[in-house]
Design a protein around this ligand. Structure first.
Ligand code: UDP
Ligand code: UDP
Length: 466
């Protein structure tokens, strides 16, 4: 009987290839989805570069035979460090080269897909060239959105643009952002200009909006890292916009390997020692993610704001950021810690001394922070971060640092006030309570299993066309 059940399960089992963009913020959620699929008996081929695969947390032993890492070295490209050195700390400017180099993976990836014929391939926005290859090989294809549903509604250019891209892809270097009516409320002026500036800088010959638009429009289905319980109206709008199957994956919160990790690296030992000395829920963790760098004057305002707030803080700066502010570290000694470089964010957020999270509002950071019930203080910088902020603030979760509407500047007083409101001041109680309530939704692993069951049901019903 048991044997029969196992055979049936094997028969229905799928071979799924995963192909995320080369950034930890993409690789980790793809890996978490892979693990959930592997737990259900499916086979995963996880495609990335050797350096990125090396950085992933070790697989639990019961899954190591179901998930195979397929590694292709990134072809050398001007302005990119040799692959042995490339890491999450590569400065923003190199992202354009990284995208060009990534596009050169088209050949080995096609060869792999031809050889191994998976039933499905799940990819994300940077692989705009992948759907046509999958189609040719008869492999079903899903776009996995690491944006939530509301942000995704703003990221797809209209179909006419897609048509143009199909006929003349070489003409596309800049694509105007598509802004539907709601955007007047949710996208601020300075955010739009920053976004457009970013697309203008693109030297890959394809802008981010086209990477996005094409990846989505050519997919068989869209998987979204969110759930309809959290943003029902936006899931509805997505369906109307894209006219194809849309499936939530749930939030895919960190799993125990991310929190506990086997290796006790020296950075974590130091940070933990400092956090252990602080009071429960007292510290605000400050990090603006891997891509957003603040100009010097904004770094100074942020530093002064943290100082004025009188709240204990742990602030992580990116490698290319240097805070120039005389006597700052001396003045905040004991209460504030500044660290440059990569830190184990999930471990920090899981520490009981951390109560708040001053974040750029990247979706990974939001999921991680709310999954531990930390109160967010939003300082959005790029991409969809402003949209995420508006979505959460609209639900009474967290506090946004007010910026000048036109040029986006902010000052130290607004930082201090926002931090105090989120962490200690009377008046901020409901925001603290709402954030803590989100722990049940964002950190809930069982919900994820339910969504993955639905997803697998759909994937099985469609199967591959070969
Ligand atoms: N990066 C990486 N692996 C590499 C080389 C670079 O992860 O082999 C870095 C990249 O340079 C950048 C970050 O990953 O600093 C991009 O992360 P992010 O999640 O911000 O990418 P986005 O979602 O904005 O495309
Ligand atoms: N991260 C980390 N240590 C760092 C910086 C970032 O572990 O020093 C992780 C963080 O936990 C999150 C991801 O990198 O999972 C950043 O993703 P997010 O979507 O928040 O922002 P992005 O970097 O894409 O702007």
């Amino acid at each position: 009987m048991q044997r029969l059940a196992r055979m049936e399960e094997k028969e229905g089992s799928l071979h799924v290839a995963m192909f995320p963009w080369l950034a930890m913020g993409h690789l980790l959620p793809f890996l978490r989805l892979s693990k959930l699929l592997a737990q259900k008996g499916h086979k995963i081929s996880f495609i990335s570069t050797p350096r990125n695969i090396e950085r992933l947390p070790k697989l639990p032993s019961n899954l190591s035979s179901s998930i195979t890492f397929v590694s292709f070295p990134l072809p050398p490209f001007p302005n990119l460090p040799p692959s042995s050195e490339s890491s999450m700390d590569v400065p923003y400017i190199n992202q354009q080269s990284l995208k060009s180099a990534f596009d050169l993976l088209k050949l080995p990836v096609t060869e792999f897909l031809r050889r191994s014929s998976p039933d499905w391939i799940i990819y994300d926005y940077a692989s705009h060239w992948l759907p046509s290859i999958a189609m040719e090989l008869g492999i079903s294809k899903a776009f996995f959105s690491l944006f939530n549903a509301s942000a995704l509604c703003f990221m797809g250019p209209p179909s006419s643009l897609i048509e143009d891209f199909r006929s003349t892809p070489e003409d596309f270097t800049v694509v105007p952002l598509w802004i539907p009516f709601e955007s007047k409320i949710v996208f601020r002026y300075h955010e739009v200009t920053r976004y457009v500036e970013k697309t203008e800088e693109d030297v890959t010959g394809v802008s981010d909006s086209v990477r996005f638009g094409y990846s989505i429009s050519e997919s068989d289905a869209v998987f979204v890292r969110s759930c309809p319980e959290f943003e029902p109206e936006w899931f509805g709008l997505l369906q109307d916009l894209y006219q194809k199957p849309i499936f939530p994956t749930g939030f895919l919160p960190p799993v125990s390997e991310d929190v506990d990790g086997e290796e006790e690296d020296a950075t974590w030992v130091c940070i933990k020692e400092w956090l252990d000395k602080q009071r429960v829920n007292s510290v605000v963790y400050v990090s603006l993610g891997t891509e957003a760098s603040l100009p010097q004057e904004e770094l100074v305002e942020l530093a002064l704001g943290l100082e004025k707030s009188k709240v204990p803080f742990f602030w992580v700066l990116r490698n290319e950021e240097t805070l120039i502010l005389d006597g700052f570290e001396e003045r905040v000694k004991g209460r504030g810690m500044v660290q440059v470089g990569w830190v184990p964010q999930v471990k920090i957020l899981s520490h009981e001394s951390v109560g708040g999270f001053l974040t750029h509002c990247g979706w990974n950071s939001v999921v991680e922070g709310l999954g531990f019930g930390r109160v967010p203080i939003f300082l959005p910088v790029l991409n969809e971060q402003g949209l995420n902020t508006r979505l959460l603030e609209g639900k009474g979760i967290g506090v946004e640092v007010p910026r000048n509407e036109r040029d986006g500047s902010f000052d130290s007083d607004s930082v201090a006030d926002s931090v105090r409101l989120a962490m200690v001041d009377g008046g901020g109680e409901s925001k603290r309570a709402n954030a803590k309530m989100m722990k049940g939704l964002f950190g809930n692993k069982d919900e994820n299993i339910r969504y993955v069951d639905e997803l697998v049901g759909y994937m099985r019903s469609k199967g591959s066309s070969h």
